[in-house]
Design a protein around this ligand. Structure first.
Ligand code: ZN
Length: 492
């Protein structure tokens, strides 16, 4: 069995999850579930990044402790993960000592032993929102280009990581595809950034500036480990680093990190450098998705257009949201969420195409009173399985789903053309054989995208979803049929 370790990014918990987090969870989950169909031993690791200064400030504003705020907000991310069907294993909260801190200490000590950590007096402009330093030239009229706020003046002695030492190794790692960055334009962006020269970066801050919140530097109680160093380490501790070394040996390196485009430098440059310094294997792939707008506008609290994915799922169920985001948003590009868009996709494609097909086929098949059907495979030519598998191999999820739905539509067209309600005997037998085999195969192919509905389809036709190898027309369809309730109900 091949192991496959995939992670979502580890979100900050200073606010509640929004639709963008849902997109990332779904993408990671689709890939994880597809790899299970391939027969891989999959671990999906996730968690929450809690040692950030933003959390301290958000907690202060609400007059509660930072620990309370983190526990509360982390729980809302976990709730989203559950509701959205994220098939995760480990969920690491970075502020919880026994879950995470030993691994961070271990990583720190390993980098120190390589001679890559040193102390330096430092002056800089720090944006708490970004948890990153900026140079004057990167600012917009003295303000952070992302948050439009004035960065803090920082003047202190910190630990630095010798990133400059890894410049060539990082370049080669990415250029050779040993650590593949998807899509290609992001890879080029990173290579050009590396080419412009890498500078050492600060990996700690004073206890005072951190408001005492975070993981202390081993043997230096005056310093707290920089939140990115500690957050990236969640990928290690989720695999058992510093806790369960046997499991870590089996799981690491990550086969894929799924992240948003705003944190690409941390993942494509800092992270592999830290791992190399610690003598650990580097990840194999970085999957970078875009951002969502809502009704064409950037999501923001002040505009009041932040979409709560839980509310969307209350209306469209989990699979309605999963389907819409995977079908409408191009895999690596930016996309737009709109309430008309989801309703349209849901009614036209889930109710109209897929639900309708399942219902029609089962109505006619049940009437025949049989549980075995055979005939000549006619719909097999419509199933572009190699194409679908190829798209999934390239992680082009949106394109793969497009192809699968093309197959579903071709099955509906086949029903219209064949008019099975007018047929009987061997002819009807053959039509139903084709349609039931198609439903069986569709359930497997759709499973990564809409797992609950796919399992319902499989139950209705008395089959099971096990392996991608089952996606071919066999000589015979056999299964206990039970039509039951409609798969999807139209939303007015
Ligand atoms: Zn900022």
């Amino acid at each position: 069995m091949v192991k496959f370790y995939i992670t979502s990014s580890i979100p900050y918990v200073n606010a509640s999850p929004h639709i963008g987090h849902a997109l990332e969870y779904i993408q990671a989950d689709v890939i994880a579930r597809y790899h299970r169909l391939l027969g891989d031993k999959v671990t999906l690791g996730t968690g929450t990044d809690e040692n950030s200064l933003k959390n301290v400030k958000a907690a202060e504003a609400r007059h509660i402790s930072t620990a309370e705020l983190c526990a509360e907000n982390s729980a809302s991310f976990r709730k989203l993960a559950e509701k959205i069907g994220l098939s995760y294993g480990p969920f690491v909260r970075s502020s919880v000592k026994e879950e995470h801190w030993n691994g961070v200490y271990k990583l720190w000590e390993a980098c120190k032993a390589s001679g890559d950590l040193y102390r330096k007096k430092y002056k800089g402009l720090y944006c708490v929102g970004c948890e990153a330093f900026y140079t004057e030239s990167e600012l917009n009229e003295g303000k952070c280009p992302v948050h439009n706020t004035k960065p803090d003046d920082v003047d202190e002695e910190n630990y630095f990581f010798k990133l400059s030492k890894y410049q060539n190794r990082i370049k080669n790692l990415i250029k050779s595809g040993e650590y593949k960055v998807l899509p290609e334009e992001r890879q080029n962006e990173i290579l050009s950034f590396v080419g412009s020269g890498l500078e050492d970066f600060s990996v700690s801050r004073s206890v005072k500036r951190a408001h005492g919140w975070g993981i202390p530097v081993p043997d230096d109680p005056e310093q707290i480990i920089y939140v990115w160093f500690d957050a990236l380490a969640v990928y290690l501790t989720a695999a058992g680093y510093g806790k369960d070394e046997e499991n870590f040996e089996r799981t690491w390196p990550a086969d894929m990190h799924v992240i948003g485009k705003d944190i690409i430098r941390f993942h494509a440059i800092y992270w592999p450098a830290i791992l190399m310094s610690a003598g650990l294997a580097t990840p194999k792939k970085l999957f970078v998705h875009g951002f969502l707008t809502v009704n064409g506008k950037k999501m923001s609290k002040s505009l009041g257009n932040v979409i709560d994915p839980i509310e969307v799922m209350e209306e469209y169920e989990t699979d309605g949201l999963r389907y819409y985001l995977m079908r409408d948003i191009s895999t690596f590009g930016d996309g737009n969420f709109s309430s008309e868009g989801i309703k349209d996709r849901y009614n036209k494609e889930l109710v109209g195409d897929l639900g309708n097909l399942v219902n029609r086929v089962l109505t006619i098949a049940e009437k025949s009173g049989r549980a075995e059907f055979s005939g000549k495979a006619e719909l097999d030519a419509e199933l572009h399985l190699d194409d679908i598998k190829d798209k999934m191999k390239k992680d082009e999820l949106h394109e793969a789903l497009d192809k699968i739905m093309e197959f579903v539509r071709s099955c509906n067209a086949y029903v219209n053309m064949k008019e099975p309600w007018k047929k009987s005997g061997a002819e009807l037998d053959s039509i139903l054989y084709n349609l039931l085999e198609s439903l069986r195969i569709s359930a497997v192919l759709l499973y990564p995208f809409i797992p609950e509905s796919s399992e319902k389809i499989a139950r209705k036709i008395g089959t099971r979803i096990e392996s991608i190898d089952d996606c071919r027309f066999r000589e015979l369809f056999r299964g206990k049929l039970s039509r039951g309730e409609l798969l999807f109900k139209k939303i007015e």
